[in-house]
Design a protein around this ligand. Structure first.
Ligand SMILES: C[S@@+](CC[C@H](N)C(=O)[O-])C[C@H]1O[C@@H](n2cnc3c(N)ncnc32)[C@H](O)[C@@H]1O
Length: 193
């Protein structure tokens, strides 16, 4: 079981070398145990799937799944750093941000991942018309993310029901406990020339 080890932490990843081909790329931001990414990779062999996760025991679980298929890789890294510095410009068809840590205490709010700078980095990494999908069980966090996104002119905002995609591990757990799930999508808006 070997996670992805980048040739450099200071230069964009060589995606064709990593995946051995050129194909549309999906990136799971905080992929946890990799269950969602693995299911999507299995059902979509024509695309490539990359997971970022910082917790070692979850990275190990995700790597064990990635080892069994050709189109999934997992990198142990801090998501904002990886999006900003390791993803080539216009390389990602879709980002998935599923149940990001909500940091519900007021003094921890600054740890929340979606900020204007984060969205700028997402924008740079997306292909034209590329999408960032977001899901959370926290209504207040959902409203805050929507607020940050609405202030940005980089994206069009759309509702989504998530039914086209496999459930992540946290999604399955929250659904079993009867929690409401809030979702939306941000689609990259290309500048008018
Ligand atoms: C609530 S869990 C959701 C996991 C998975 N997306 C799911 O839906 O099953 C949030 C995950 O994001 C990871 N995470 C949080 N902040 C991160 C960061 N800055 N960089 C990488 N992973 C992060 C956590 O370690 C955790 O595994």
């Amino acid at each position: 079981m070997v996670g992805l080890i980048p040739e450099s932490y200071f230069a964009p990843l060589d995606l064709p070398k990593i995946f051995g081909r050129v194909a549309p790329l999906h990136v799971d931001l905080g992929c946890g145990d990799g269950a969602f990414l693995f299911a999507l990779a299995e059902q979509t062999p024509g695309k490539d799937f990359l997971g970022f996760e910082r917790l070692l025991h979850r990275v190990k679980k995700a790597c064990r799944k990635a080892d069994t298929i050709d189109n999934m890789r997992v990198l142990r890294i801090d998501t904002p750093y990886a999006v900003r510095y390791l993803l080539p410009e216009q390389s990602v068809e879709m980002f998935h941000l599923l149940f990001p840590d909500p940091w519900t205490k007021r003094r921890h709010e600054q740890r929340r991942i979606v900020t204007p700078d984060f969205l700028k980095a997402i924008y740079a990494a997306l292909v034209p018309d590329g999408v960032l999908r977001i899901a959370t069980d926290q209504a207040e966090y959902f409203d805050q993310i929507r607020g940050v996104a609405a202030q940005s002119e980089l994206f069009g905002l759309a509702e989504s029901n998530g039914s086209d995609y496999p459930a992540s591990t946290f999604e399955t757990q929250y659904k079993e406990r009867g929690f409401e799930i809030y979702r939306f999508e941000l689609r990259k808006v290309s500048p008018v020339m």
